[in-house]
Design a protein around this ligand. Structure first.
Ligand SMILES: C[S@@+](CC[C@H](N)C(=O)[O-])C[C@H]1O[C@@H](n2cnc3c(N)ncnc32)[C@H](O)[C@@H]1O
Length: 364
């Protein structure tokens, strides 16, 4: 490959988003809005329970014209968001590499690496063993064809999404614009002494909703935190594990392993009416309640300076989930309008089912 295209000139065919199976409709609605805002002209395709959504432009569009539209942080329901440039079908069982290499060569783009993925469905995950085995041979074939430059970290990463054994979508993951975890799923080890599996949700929220440079600067040992709806103590455990002292609010009991840390004060109180005597650094909230009530409470704590940062869950209705998220966004926007600019980040995490997780703080 003598000539190669700068990433901004790569002719793209649209956007490829990964999501939890069953949330394609929600992601499709978001991608439609994002594409329209970016001035892209095309249409969205989403198969129920497929675990991914395609936005296809009518004409090939240079990557540079997508602007902010490729930022995976923006759509709530996307675990990953990538500009795609080719789809390869009818891959022969004996040589799947050649048609993929040919399509990559035709794009004129060089890549710093290659990731083989499947949608996150039970059916597709049966191909994960194949993806592992095929990664090395495909990388070698791409390298031989001059399409891989592993030493050039600034180049995009090639994502190959196998939606069946014989079809794959080819997409360009740009540094800083896409999730860095394969399939958009952060790998977290469940600590054996944590009191509930929900501890992984707060750990994922810290990893996903905070930027790398924020994680150590705004979550620090010695800070004070409040956990509203804390029992049995998974989120409290996660905070204590990071060296924070926690006031845990719940009528239910906290596990002995959490109380034994001596970093926790447990108060049996109503999370909607209890307020801290002094401002705290963090407030987290996992109470199961109507999302609009939770959003209003979170905005109130931030607006009145009771906490500086908050992470909270919004339980979603079965229908009109996007509208429910938008209603919460609007409630927060209205409450904070007179207070100052704020940062609200909302994501449907891997550990979330019928809920989304949000981070809120005032901008300083
Ligand atoms: C999903 S559980 C929380 C799990 C917890 N985050 C963990 O990691 O172990 C929800 C909790 O919210 C509590 N809760 C619900 N409404 C509440 C309220 N008004 N005040 C305080 N706690 C409440 C429930 O008692 C329940 O323990």
């Amino acid at each position: 490959m003598n000539q190669h295209t700068p990433a901004a000139a790569l002719a793209c065919a649209g956007l490829l988003g990964y999501c939890r199976a069953g949330f394609e409709k929600e992601l499709a609605a978001e991608l439609d809005d994002i594409a329209a805002e970016a001035g892209l002209i095309g249409y969205v395709r989403a198969e129920p329970d497929s675990g991914y959504v395609i936005y296809e432009t009518f004409e090939p569009t240079p990557l540079g014209s997508f602007g902010e539209a490729t930022d995976w942080r923006r759509p709530v329901f996307a675990r990953q968001l990538l500009p795609w440039f080719a789809r390869v079908d009818d891959l022969p069982e004996r040589d799947r590499a050649t048609p993929i290499v040919d399509a990559v060569k035709a794009s004129g783009q060089r890549f710093s690496g290659v990731v083989l993925e499947t949608p996150d469905t039970d059916e597709a995950k049966q191909r994960s063993g194949f993806c592992k085995r095929f990664t090395e041979p495909l990388a070698r074939a791409l390298e031989k064809a001059g399409c891989l430059r592993t030493s050039r970290a600034g180049l995009p990463v090639l994502h190959v999404l196998f939606t069946s054994a014989t079809s794959a979508w080819l997409a360009a993951g740009q540094p800083g614009q896409c999730s860095t975890w394969p399939m958009g799923i952060p790998r977290l080890r469940m600590p054996s002494n944590a009191p509930s599996r929900s501890t992984a949700k707060l750990a994922e929220a810290f990893m996903t909703l905070l930027e790398d440079n924020e994680r150590d600067s705004i979550v620090r040992a010695g800070q004070r935190a409040v956990d509203l709806g804390a029992a049995p103590g998974g989120w409290t455990w996660q905070l204590v594990h990071r060296g924070l002292r926690v006031t845990a609010i719940d009528n239910g009991p906290l596990r002995d392993s959490v109380m034994a840390t001596e970093m926790v004060e447990h108060l049996k109180a109503d999370g909607f009416t209890w307020r801290p005597p002094r401002p705290v650094d963090w407030m987290v909230c996992d109470m199961v309640e109507q999302p609009s009530r939770i959003a209003s409470l979170m905005a109130e704590w931030v607006a009145t300076g009771r906490c500086r940062y908050t992470i909270f869950n919004l339980k979603l209705p079965m229908k009109r989930r996007v509208e429910a998220v938008e209603q919460c966004r609007e409630l927060i926007r209205k409450r904070l309008a007179s207070v100052g600019p704020f940062d609200l980040r909302i994501k449907h995490l891997y550990h979330d089912r019928e809920e989304v997780t949000a981070f809120l703080t005032l901008k300083r």
